[in-house]
Design a protein around this ligand. Structure first.
Ligand SMILES: [Zn+2]
Length: 152
């Protein structure tokens, strides 16, 4: 691995840990969720949404907004992934563009998050699920304290 691979993530700002980047860590926990869908996989939707919200370069504003709204619904209103999928289907039917057209460099992004995928511990399912939910909550808190997003 070259030293360049060990610089902080340009998107979420997470510093690599033990030679692993945030992308490596994300791959690891997704594998875990896939291996044990009943326990670790229970929070799969939250994991994916959290990671994408902190790595938004290739998503459209509409998709980012939708991800934030769905995360809020799950965390704050206790909506189940199944209920969410139903309303997601509705949104997709309206022709939501998921991919961004502008260059990633033009995307305004937060560089400091209270928590990133690197902070998620996967020691056991209980710790993991708690950390994923804490991660989601911290993202929602970070986003709601973000005034520059409301200007556009
Ligand atoms: Zn990252």
């Amino acid at each position: 691995m070259s030293p360049d691979d060990l610089s902080p993530c340009p998107q979420c700002g997470a510093a690599p840990l033990d030679g692993k980047t945030c992308k490596d860590k994300y791959g690891e926990i997704l594998a875990l969720e896939f291996q044990e869908p009943a326990v670790f996989g229970a929070v799969h939707h939250i994991t994916v949404t959290c990671y994408n919200l902190q790595h938004p370069d290739f998503f459209s504003d509409e998709a980012i907004e939708w991800m934030e709204t769905s995360l809020r619904k799950i965390i704050e209103e206790g909506l189940s992934p199944a209920e969410l999928r139903k309303s997601a289907g509705k949104r997709t039917g309206e022709g939501m563009k998921v991919r961004r057209r502008t260059a990633p460099a033009e995307v305004p992004r937060r560089s400091r998050w209270s928590m990133t995928v690197m902070d998620v511990r996967a020691d056991n399912a209980e710790v993991y699920v708690r950390d994923i939910r804490a991660w989601a909550r911290s993202i929602l808190d970070d986003l709601s304290g973000d005034d520059c997003r409301q200007a556009s």
